[in-house]
Write a protein that binds this ligand. Structure first.
Ligand SMILES: [Zn+2]
Length: 497
């Protein structure tokens, strides 16, 4: 190339029949050295082909980031539009190059809402093509999710029409009811377009989401099962008092049995106190503003929602788009998950518990486990007391009076079984300092994998005792996002235990 350029310096800007130039081919194939030579020899950085596409457009086709960066440093125009109005960002979105989109925004502050001649943005294109990562990133960069193109179609119309499931889920999660009900120029909702194109399961999902979102925040949706759980515990306490403690036809309890009966009622009541705490607690909601201030080490400022403040993150520079939450528009710390029921990100998310009517996370997990222990203990003792009471009946009376005691014992045992299994599994997880979500979805999280793909747990303190101690007796003012969750420390082993 060097010799050719020396022999004919004009060749660097020569075009073939389609108007393509050497610089475009170098950009397409990410040939940084060749592109440097061409630029040094006078190649025009923003020269377009017959369709007006520049070398930068071509670099975006294959995600040739090093070459794109070279072009930008040599003055390439990120707003150069081709004959259809596509700027390089549109092309990067059309081909699913998330890293390129990220780079353009973070380093070159590109406008993510710029439209082509049909009024479509990069988010329209990523949704149309069904690339989940660019969709995720663009939403987090505050791309307009409600933007309608010239046909009145939002990005969700396009993903639904093309049957792109992941993109559709993300757009619904981020946009809620308003994107579901948006209509195009012909009056079609995304659901109608999905049905029309034969994407029936997607249409069903959209239909269902509309129903679910409209009732999600209602009291009975959130707390209905918790009321049932409360009634069950109160019912057991009442049943124990009526059928066991004061069973008709059975002698009054002796002191030791009376003591254990009071233990049952006391433990159950204490459990209810903890249930109330779990149900009403902030389980450890994570907000973008709090994360920004944590990283800056200052109080939240007005700049807390700025894209750069939220998204300039080592996980994203490393291409780990899984850590993005499109609802909260933040980079989730390790162990943080978005709870669809509460519609917020929760630190050390364990699971959503309908029986508590709340998410179980960092701030209420301990109370939840204490609740389980207290209720399991109460039910075990209640069962034992019932068995003893049954034995106390005089043989002649047994068949007349024991029905109540037996019924209680059977009901108590049936309820106890799932509760004690849950308690044991929770305690095992506490000893390992791993959450239910991490155990069931380990494959999704890079921080739970070692370099050879084996399971590693960065939260493990090195011994079961250390994990249990830290869980039940956390240090005062323990931060919501500790260094491990923030990715600052990989393993902390407590050597004092
Ligand atoms: Zn979230």
């Amino acid at each position: 190339m060097k010799r050719m350029v020396e022999e004919d310096p004009q060749c660097v800007n020569a075009r073939d029949g389609a108007g393509y130039r050497a610089l475009q081919w170098a950009a397409l194939n990410n040939r940084v050295a060749a592109a440097t030579l061409l630029l040094d020899s006078g190649s025009e950085v923003d020269a377009g082909d017959n369709e007006g596409q520049t070398a930068m457009h071509w670099a975006c086709v294959r995600g040739a980031l090093p070459c794109a960066e070279l072009l930008l440093r040599r003055g390439a125009n990120l707003n150069a539009a081709d004959s259809r109005g596509y700027v390089p960002l549109h092309v990067a979105a059309q081909y699913g190059h998330t890293g390129m989109i990220y780079h353009f925004k973070m380093r070159w502050n590109v406008d993510v809402d710029v439209t082509d001649l049909d009024g479509r943005t990069a988010l329209h294109w990523a949704s149309y093509k069904g690339f989940p990562d660019p969709v995720k990133l663009l939403i987090c960069m505050d791309a307009d999710i409600y933007r309608a193109d010239k046909e009145g179609c939002t990005p969700l119309h396009w993903s639904a029409m093309k049957g792109k499931s992941e993109a559709t889920h993300l757009l619904v999660q981020a946009g809620g009811s308003s994107v579901l009900t948006a209509v195009d120029v012909d009056g079609n909702t995304p659901e109608a377009l999905a049905t029309d194109k034969g994407h029936h399961s997607l249409a069903y999902f959209l239909h269902n989401q509309h129903k679910q979102l409209s009732t999600r925040d209602h009291f009975w949706t959130q707390k209905g099962m918790a009321v049932a759980c409360l009634s069950l515990i109160l019912g057991l306490m009442l049943g124990f008092t009526h059928y066991v403690m004061f069973a008709s036809g059975v002698a009054t309890m002796d002191v030791s049995l009376a003591f254990w009966s009071l233990v049952v009622l006391g433990s159950s009541s204490a459990g209810l106190y903890y249930m109330r705490r779990v149900s009403n607690a902030d389980p450890g909601f994570v907000t973008a503003a709090a994360l920004s201030s944590l990283r800056r080490g200052t109080r939240p400022s007005s700049a807390a929602n700025d894209v750069d403040d939220r998204l300039n993150h080592s996980e994203l520079w490393a291409g780990n788009w899984n850590q993005l939450c499109v609802s909260c528009k933040l980079v989730k710390p390790f162990g943080t998950k978005h709870c669809s029921m509460r519609d917020k990100c929760v630190a050390r998310f364990d699971h959503y518990c309908p029986w508590m009517g709340n998410t179980i996370g960092k701030r209420n997990h301990r109370d939840f486990v204490v609740f389980l222990i207290l209720e399991s203990f109460a039910m075990v003792v209640a069962f034992a007391v019932a068995v003893v009471r049954y034995g106390e009946e005089s043989p002649g009376e047994k068949y007349r009076n024991n029905t109540g005691i037996l019924m209680f014992a059977a009901f108590d045992a049936l309820t106890l079984l799932p509760v004690i299994m849950l308690t044991i599994s929770q305690l095992v997880q506490v000893a390992q300092n791993v959450t239910t979500n991490e155990l069931s979805n380990a494959h999704r999280y890079s921080y739970l994998k070692s370099s050879d793909g084996a399971f590693v747990n960065p939260f493990d303190r090195g011994s079961h005792l250390a994990n249990i101690r830290a869980f039940f007796f956390p240090s005062k003012n323990a931060p919501l996002i500790d260094d491990i969750a923030a990715g600052l420390t990989t393993v902390t082993v407590d050597r004092t235990v």
